[in-house]
Design a protein around this ligand. Structure first.
Ligand code: UD1
Ligand code: MG
Length: 456
């Protein structure tokens, strides 16, 4: 044992076990890099541990250590478990990686519990401090045991043991008090007790859960708190659990927005990432996907069937059945159905984008309109421009992208092709079907292929 008992105890050490195989995911990717609402499981673990203790959580890695360590980066410290010999063995690896003082408290969670909240960890640690119990653990009463360890109580009501499903008698299998796997230990006791763990006879692994029986045998107190909310305690072992966790997470996020004044017509079909911001009195219609760092203002109507990813949307916008990626909409914009705004686009206030308007890396000016199937790529389009049906920028010559500039009040006629680089001056007009290959002076009208000026 590397623990040094001559030093005064450090406060709290929090440990995340992340060295398992995760084989039940049946994936090429390690379990904790699977994601919920845009965040990996290990990201979500680190969030619940962050701020709970002053020092970084200790992440136990083993199988796929490289991937997990890269994902954790600076946010944790690491212990290496040489072989996946069980959750108890992982805690031993954590202990052996700690030089210096024995921590007064050791909080251990499994890396596959992404919905665990910081409040729950704080509650456990506070309870351990208050009672001085050797172990404070959570339990949950749930009709769906999902393979969780069963809690066996003594006649006096205290916890006697956690029995893993593989080791349960038929009677024990019927128990519905389960082990979610969130523990706070007296550090000094834990560091010593780990030496007494024996491999489980069925699986040959060292189980952290056997520490409960060990504590009882030592005449120590095990304090169990029955969780009031089971949903945060889901452990992800397979893709069914992943989908269940996503649904729970989604509802948690949706509820937060609704309580803050956002109308979500159908929370079951509304998919919002945790960092998305939405202003009050905005309505989200069914089947919307709001992801990444999307921010939506007040009094908007979004959806149905819209996907906004890293989109910044102002106030009073209407986005119907459309897609917006890495772009910005100012206030009072009407859009869709079926428009697609691609990366780097800025749509200015009061603009109107109808059906099948596609824009990429474009600035579209105030009050300008693109009502029907059109494309603007690498363009700067001024205010009050009419971008008629079927207008496109031919911005790519096979080698490079070129810019198109359209000044204020221009009227770009139906089916105009703007061969970039090209500029259409203020108040200029292009005739239907014209192919504009040269700059159009302000106020001029051009027609034909290639487009030539005509007298008004
Ligand atoms: C574990 C508990 C079970 C509990 C359930 C709750 C044990 C023995 N069982 O079972 O009582 O009801 O969680 O979700 O603890 N890990 C390592 N090294 C290993 C093995 C696992 O670091 O050698 C890590 C895994 O990466 C994972 C976590 O520990 O993040 C839990 O392992 P897992 O195999 O999912 O345990 P469960 O079977 O779910
Ligand atoms: Mg698990």
């Amino acid at each position: 044992m590397s623990a040094d008992t001559n030093h005064p105890p450090l406060d709290v050490l929090s440990i995340i076990l992340a060295a398992g195989k995760g084989s039940r995911m049946r994936s090429k990717k390690t379990k904790l890099l699977h994601a919920l609402r845009g965040h990996t499981l290990i990201d979500l673990d680190l969030l619940s541990h962050a701020g709970f203790v002053s020092r970084k959580p200790l992440v136990v890695v083993g199988v796929d250590a490289k991937e997990v360590m890269a994902a954790v980066g600076e946010r944790g410290t690491f212990a290496f478990q040489s072989a996946p010999l069980g959750t108890g063995h992982a805690v031993m690896a954590a202990r052996d990686a700690c030089s210096g003082p024995v921590p007064a408290q050791v909080v251990v969670t499994y890396g596959d519990m992404p919905l665990l909240t910081q409040q729950t960890l704080t509650m456990l640690s506070t309870e351990q401090k208050r009672t001085g119990a050797t172990v404070v653990m959570l339990t949950m009463i749930d009709p769906n045991p999902r393979g969780f360890g069963r809690i066996v109580r003594q006649p006096d009501g205290t916890v006697a043991a956690i029995v893993e499903e593989v080791a349960c008698t038929p009677e024990q299998l019927k128990l519905r008090e389960l082990n979610p796997g969130v523990y706070c230990f007296d550090g000094a006791w834990l560091w010593r007790a780990l030496d007494n763990l024996q491999p489980n006879p069925q699986k040959g692994e060292y189980f952290i859960t056997d520490l409960i029986e060990l504590a009882n045998r030592d005449g120590r107190s095990v304090h169990a708190i029955v969780a009031s909310e089971n949903e945060e305690l889901i452990g992800i072992n397979n893709r069914v659990d992943l989908a269940d966790a996503d649904r729970i997470f989604r509802h948690r996020i949706n509820r937060r927005h609704m309580m803050a004044g956002v109308t979500i017509v159908d929370p079951d079909t509304t998919y919002i990432d945790p960092d998305v911001l939405i202003g009050t009195d905005t309505t989200i219609l069914p089947n919307c996907h709001l992801t990444g760092a999307t921010m939506i203002g007040e009094d908007c109507v979004i959806g149905p069937n819209s996907a906004l990813s890293n989109a910044v949307v102002g106030d009073r916008c209407v986005v119907r059945q459309s897609v917006i990626e890495d772009s910005r909409l100012d206030d009072d914009i009407r859009m869709g159905p079926f428009s697609r705004i691609r990366a780097g686009t800025h749509v200015h206030d009061h603009a109107y984008l109808g059906n099948f308007a596609e824009m990429k890396n474009t600035s579209f000016g105030s009050r300008s309109q693109a009502g029907h199937f059109s494309y603007a790529g690498d363009a700067t389009i001024g205010a009050d421009v009419n971008y008629s049906a079927g207008v496109i920028t031919a911005n790519f010559d096979g080698q490079a992208k070129h810019r198109t500039e359209i000044e204020d009040h221009a009227f770009v006629g139906s089916d105009t092709v703007l061969r970039a680089p090209v500029r259409v001056g203020a108040h200029a007009r292009t005739g239907a079907g014209s192919v504009v290959t040269r700059d159009v002076p302000p106020g001029a009208t051009v027609v034909g292929v290639p487009a030539r000026p005509i007298k008004k």
